[in-house]
Design a protein around this ligand. Structure first.
Ligand code: ARG
Length: 458
């Protein structure tokens, strides 16, 4: 015979398969310390409302601390028939302090309780994730400063386009991650709203000071509609949305690391301590870590879609469907936190092949625009300048020499206006220096951005 809290109402015991199907203890045990934290604060609120004596409060608190110690020591046995973490804590408490344990649930429902626990879990993990994202940004900014002299081809359509600083390329990811950080902050703000004190759906019938309760639990606000409070999982969607986008950014960076470390690119070497070998091909060094980050992006994006789908058909207020929110959230954090940490640590040890990058960045074809721009500065219409440049490019390809190595008399054949000065424009450094409008790859701009982000990340 099963022993659920509500079993007095039932003439029939629950079907064993249904018990197993409905139980969430297999995963919501991760909420144990948040559940106890919530109960400690709620007991205090009950005492303040005159529903518990000081003595009763003391015993309940003591009992809850013991349950917490028991959980942390791995000594609380999880039983499927006790359904979920809330029942487990209450049963364990009652076993310790007797019938008094039953007073804790006064005015409270598992509906406002679970919403509170999940939010506490998320607040805690969001803070960790925000910290991790900041550390990751700091690594990228440090790398950008370290590599400030290194050039790399900038690509569009994965075709060499114009030379940029490697630092500029790195700082593009810092911009993405800075927005990710902001999105996580907004998600944190929306998560930090206390549902406890909403009862099952209609509100708490006792004079609970919810504002004080929120303060005690570290929430920055309280909910203002009990129906919404027990059924709102917007915060979970916002968290997974921010997480999915963050993961997409990490995935794009990973993809570049994988490509750039290939023999075809040869731009960088991943630290061996983050790579694996092949059991068959001795020459292989495989970029497993960035590949896994790229691969794990799928599950996080999946959690966002899963949660949206979970919510879309639910009438107000709480429905058991909601129980399905937890694994998505847990897995989101359990995927994101190590992904950010391991990729950041790997980035901090990345070696780049500067000569190879500089060489690739000096591809003459990428300075063709600069040749045209020089002619434009001399007063030629861009169309004509473009054509002159195109003829010079063709000549350099046919003669197999760099654009910058074409002798002046030859260049003059393409246009008489060309002088010795043009060679100054045909250097990748000069090409970048010209791009001095805010946001461009000029060295002084990039340095300014590095300093701006360093200040922000302090
Ligand atoms: N395990 C449940 C969940 O995760 C707790 C809330 C149960 N509430 C209820 N009315 N059955 O959602």
């Amino acid at each position: 015979m099963s022993q659920q809290r509500w079993s007095g109402r039932f003439a029939q015991a629950m079907d064993p398969e249904a018990v197993i199907y409905g139980a969430s203890i297999g995963f919501d045990q991760k909420l144990a310390r948040y559940d106890i934290q919530g109960s400690l604060a709620y007991a205090q609120a009950l005492q303040r409302a005159g529903l518990l004596t000081t003595q009763e409060l003391k015993r309940i608190k003591q009992g809850l601390q013991e349950v917490l110690a028991q959980v942390e020591a791995g000594k609380l046995k999880w039983r499927t028939e006790w359904e979920d973490i809330h029942m487990h804590v209450e049963k364990a408490l009652t076993q310790k302090i007797g019938a008094l344990g039953g007073k804790l649930h006064t005015g409270r429902s598992r509906n406002d309780q679970v919403a509170t626990d999940v939010r506490l879990y998320c607040m805690d993990h969001l803070q960790q994730l925000i910290e991790a994202v900041r550390t990751f940004q700091a690594v990228l900014v440090e790398r950008a400063e370290h590599w400030l002299g290194v050039m790399v081809p900038g690509y569009t359509h994965l075709q060499r386009a114009q030379p940029v600083l490697l630092s500029h390329h790195m700082m593009a990811y810092v911009e993405m991650l800075a927005r990710d950080e902001e999105r996580l902050q907004v998600a944190l703000k929306h998560t930090s709203v206390l549902p406890l004190g909403s009862g099952a759906l209609a509100g708490n019938p006792f004079p609970i000071d919810r504002v004080q309760l929120a303060k005690d639990l570290g929430f920055s606000d309280i909910s203002h509609n009990s129906l919404d409070a027990v059924s709102d999982r917007d915060f979970a969607v916002e968290i997974t949305a921010a997480a999915a986008l963050l993961m997409v950014h990490l995935s794009r960076l990973s993809e570049e690391l994988i490509m750039w470390s290939s023999t075809e690119f040869g731009f960088l070497k991943l630290p061996e301590s983050y790579c694996t070998g092949s059991s068959m091909m001795p020459q292989k060094i495989n970029p497993d870590i960035p590949e896994l980050v790229r691969g794990k992006t799928g599950r996080v994006v999946g959690h966002l879609v899963g949660l949206l789908t979970l919510l879309k058909g639910q009438p107000l207020a709480y429905n058991k469907d909601m129980q399905e929110d937890k694994e998505a959230l847990f897995d989101t954090f359990e995927t994101l936190l190590p992904s950010v940490a391991v990729l950041g640590a790997m980035m901090s040890q990345l070696e780049v092949h500067e000569a190879r990058m500089n060489d690739a960045a000096s591809d003459p074809a990428m300075l063709a625009t600069d040749l045209a721009d020089w002619l434009v500065r001399m007063g030629l219409p861009f169309r004509e300048a473009h054509e002159v440049s195109a003829r010079a490019v063709r000549y350099s390809v046919e003669e197999n020499i760099s654009l910058a190595a074409i002798p002046l008399p030859q260049l003059k054949k393409f246009h008489g206006i060309i002088t010795e000065d043009i060679y100054e424009a045909l250097r990748p450094e000069q090409s970048m220096a010209h791009r001095a409008a805010v946001g461009g790859s000029a060295r002084k701009n990039v340095l300014k951005e590095i300093r701006r982000h360093q200040k922000r990340l302090k």
